[in-house]
Design a binder for this molecule. Structure first.
Ligand SMILES: C[S@@+](CC[C@H](N)C(=O)[O-])C[C@H]1O[C@@H](n2cnc3c(N)ncnc32)[C@H](O)[C@@H]1O
Length: 258
């Protein structure tokens, strides 16, 4: 892939090792990419400028987080939580990055309408491009701005909000490996001193935007769920629950606005 060789060409090599395949980039560029990976720990997804997530291939740049495997589950949680009779809902993906969550939800639930926000205009462009490549539907609107702020026209109308916000506490952020800290955007990861600064903003503004009975689903750091439940309770949520990821970590916290 890095040399522009397709998967089918590589398969051909497996079937007939005497076949020849040709790299579409010159040897020196290829070597440079390899050295960036081995010497500088540049993640392979940024070298390929893409990543596979759930059923889709997402284009990436270092303006967006590499979508993580544990986040895939958020799509299932969101889909299951909506009652089957609620066919045409409005959902928001706050901090959409590459658009992975919003696009997966909109493709898997074609009559849902999506609103995706991000503070970074480059991320919004990447998410829009990914949406165009992956789906022929136009059921997501993209907005650049601070969390809910671009969604004022939808106040009190959103049935479901999902966010994988920056939640890494300061002391953990400072010790992240160079593959993360040197390449992934700080604004996608860093959650302030205790990691909760963005989560607090999202929860405190949620009551203005959610319908009564609307759900909020948050991804969080392994030890934040209890504090997040307390915040949710304080802002009028019930049906609070921590959901473990596939590694057994309390990765998601959900609540329903009363
Ligand atoms: C952890 S990344 C999640 C990206 C993507 N949703 C995913 O799961 O892979 C957090 C995202 O939140 C965005 N973000 C950070 N601060 C924000 C803010 N104040 N308002 C909106 N988005 C913000 C970042 O730019 C980043 O794209």
């Amino acid at each position: 892939m890095i040399g522009g060789i397709s998967k089918s060409d590589l398969l051909l090599l497996k079937i007939n090792s005497k076949e020849k395949v040709y790299s579409k980039i010159d040897f020196h560029s290829l070597k440079k990419k390899w050295l960036d990976h081995t010497n500088l720990s540049k993640p392979i997804q940024y070298i390929c400028e893409s990543s596979y997530w759930r059923n889709f291939k997402f284009e990436l740049s270092t303006d967006v987080l590499i979508p993580r495997v544990e986040t895939e589950q958020i799509v299932e949680i969101a889909t299951k939580i909506v009652a089957p009779e609620e066919k045409e809902i409005i959902f928001a993906d706050l901090g959409t990055g590459s658009g992975s969550i919003a696009i997966s939800l909109a493709v898997e639930n074609r009559n849902w309408k999506g609103l995706a926000t991000d503070i970074d205009m480059n991320a919004i462009h990447i998410a829009q491009q990914n949406h165009k490549k992956i789906s022929s539907e136009s059921n997501i609107n993209f907005y650049c701005g601070n969390w809910w702020q671009p969604l004022t026209n939808y106040a009190g109308m959103i049935n479901l909000a999902i966010s994988n916000p920056p939640y890494i506490p300061k002391n953990v952020y400072e010790r992240l490996p160079s593959s993360v800290i040197d390449f992934e955007p700080k604004k996608a990861l860093y959650g302030g001193e205790d990691g909760l600064s963005h989560i607090k903003q999202i929860i405190s503004d949620a009551p203005k935007f959610l319908v009564k009975g609307g759900w909020l689903i948050l991804e969080n750091h392994f030890d934040q769920s209890k504090k997040i439940k307390n915040l949710l309770r304080e802002y009028g949520f019930d049906s609070l629950k921590t959901i473990n990821d596939t590694f057994g970590i309390g990765r998601f916290t959900i609540g329903r606005y009363k």
